[in-house]
Design a protein around this ligand. Structure first.
Ligand SMILES: *[C@@H]1O[C@H](CO)[C@@H](O)[C@H](O)[C@H]1NC(C)=O
Ligand SMILES: *[C@@H]1O[C@H](CO)[C@@H](O)[C@H](O)[C@H]1NC(C)=O
Ligand SMILES: *[C@@H]1O[C@H](CO)[C@@H](O)[C@H](O)[C@H]1NC(C)=O
Ligand SMILES: *[C@@H]1O[C@H](CO)[C@@H](O)[C@H](O)[C@H]1NC(C)=O
Ligand SMILES: *[C@@H]1O[C@H](CO)[C@@H](O)[C@H](O)[C@H]1NC(C)=O
Ligand SMILES: *[C@@H]1O[C@H](CO)[C@@H](O)[C@H](O)[C@H]1NC(C)=O
Length: 417
């Protein structure tokens, strides 16, 4: 009898040893699969073919990558799931009660499916996660504060869902975060302090209902800030002066007002400034000499504000600026020669205007001669809807809208020098 029992034990241990996947990970995979609507799994699809009759990690050979998950057997000793990627596969279902219990998971991507319901609280157990992509689903409810407890998380994408409530203050604990995308949700409230995120370089919270002032509490690592289409008030905070890596600001379609501060035009890294569709009423000019200004700006859009005053001369002296949009404001006076030369013949070391959009203002006088010679297609210049004494539609840059009536223009006439 004894040898037979030993043989049996031996066989059993051998088969156990061959169970590569850690039992808890198998349980979590099963639970995840069970919460996906069966009808959203087309026969033969990746998920429908997950067959737990075979050991999941064992059916992957080494580093190969089957049906969205990858296992690790080296670091963890036994098969632990490290990656789960099921993007754009048409899956639906509520994941709110799934227990994501994969302590070795580093990457979870479920973007562009139809998952719904609240975000699962168990995500906070994924303490080794570096990448979490849940974009383009129908997740609803508020963002759990517990999401702030992932110390290794670098990329957090929750954009294009139906999330509401405010951005949790606990996000300031995501000390490895580099990219945060929350755009196209229904997030409200004030934006939290994120100064502890020393690696954050990309922030997009556009198309929400975030209110209050533009956060001055952003880390110096930030490169791009997009907060367009929200309900933000006030102006650009003084602290942006110190965000020395900042290259792109898009704050269009908010309720910003007052003056656009001068430091923003001589910022050491800023290349793209988009402040259209706000309520700015003036523009502070930086100090400058005729030789130009230190500025990295390539594109400035201040269209559709309420800025009143002469066209700012200094814009014609920004060495790299190639696109300037000042449409639909209340700029008056003549077009400065600096603009004209920057369009037709920029000096050496200066980039010319490829786009100069000045329609819908109260500019007057005559259209400068050198501009008249401009050929359609050489630069996108637009002067329609102003108060120029002569701007016929035969000139391409006068097309699109008549000049304003004398009556409309009269209120600015008194400032003719
Ligand atoms: C996190 O994991 C622990 C241990 O496995 C478990 O008891 C707990 O319920 C999990 N938390 C959530 C929110 O799922
Ligand atoms: C968020 O949406 C849920 C429905 O998904 C709703 O019950 C809840 O009141 C909303 N919360 C806020 C703060 O708007
Ligand atoms: C942030 O982390 C600290 C320490 O890790 C912890 O004490 C604190 O509760 C966390 N805060 C939030 C809001 O999660
Ligand atoms: C967004 O939330 C507001 C309330 O905060 C609600 O009135 C509105 O219907 C929501 N919009 C969407 C698209 O869910
Ligand atoms: C900007 O940085 C300087 C020097 O580090 C500091 O003295 C100043 O207070 C900072 N300004 C703002 C608005 O944070
Ligand atoms: C300026 O305003 C006019 C009239 O309201 C509008 O048709 C045009 O699209 C606006 N221009 C831009 C760039 O938004």
């Amino acid at each position: 009898m004894a040898p037979l029992v030993s043989l049996f034990v031996l066989l059993l241990t051998a088969s156990l040893a061959e169970s590569k996947t850690y039992w808890a990970d198998v349980a979590s995979l099963k639970e995840f699969k069970n919460s996906v609507d069966a009808k959203s799994m087309t026969p033969g699809s990746c998920l429908s073919s997950w067959d737990f009759s075979v050991d999941p990690c064992d059916s992957l050979s080494g580093e190969t990558f089957t049906c969205g998950f990858r296992c690790d057997t080296i670091v963890s000793g036994s098969g632990r799931v490290t990656e789960l990627i099921l993007d754009a596969a048409g899956y639906s279902g509520s994941l709110s009660s799934v227990s994501f219990n994969f302590p070795y998971l580093q990457t979870l991507k479920l973007s562009d499916n139809h998952f719904s319901g609240p975000l699962p609280n168990s995500l906070s157990n994924l303490t080794r996660l570096t990448t979490l992509f849940l974009s383009g689903n129908s997740f609803s409810g508020s963002i759990p504060a517990s999401l702030g407890s992932m110390p290794l998380l670098e990329d957090l994408l929750l954009d294009n869902n139906n999330l509401n409530g405010s951005v949790p203050t606990s996000f300031n604990n995501l000390s490895s975060l580099k990219r945060l995308e929350l755009q196209l949700n229904n997030i409200s409230g004030h934006f939290p302090d994120l100064t502890s995120l020393k690696n954050l370089n990309y922030l997009d919270v556009s198309d929400n209902r975030i209110s209050g002032s533009i956060p001055s509490s952003l880390p110096g690592s930030i490169v791009q800030i997009s907060m367009r289409n929200n309900l933000m008030e006030g102006t650009i905070p003084e602290r942006f002066r110190n965000l020395t890596s900042l290259e792109v600001i898009d704050l269009s379609n908010n309720k910003l007002s007052g003056s656009v501060p001068s430091f923003i035009f001589t910022h050491q890294a800023l290349q793209q400034l988009t402040l259209s569709f706000n309520g700015f009423t003036s523009l502070d000019s930086p100090y400058y000499s005729p030789s130009g200004l230190p500025s990295e700006l390539i594109s400035v859009d201040l269209s559709n504000n309420k800025i009143r005053g002469p066209l700012p001369l200094f814009m014609g002296l920004l060495p790299k600026l190639s696109a300037l949009s000042l449409e639909n404001n209340s700029f008056f006076g003549m077009i400065p020669t600096q603009y004209v030369w920057k369009t037709v013949s920029p000096g050496s070391g200066f980039v010319g205007f490829q786009r100069l959009l000045l329609s819908g203002n109260f500019l007057f006088g005559v259209v400068p001669g050198p501009l008249m010679a401009l050929k359609a297609g050489s630069a996108n210049v637009q002067l329609a809807g102003n108060c120029f004494s002569w701007c016929p539609a035969t000139l391409f840059f006068c097309q699109g809208h008549e000049q304003r009536s004398v009556r409309e223009c009269r209120k600015f006439r008194r400032v003719i020098p």
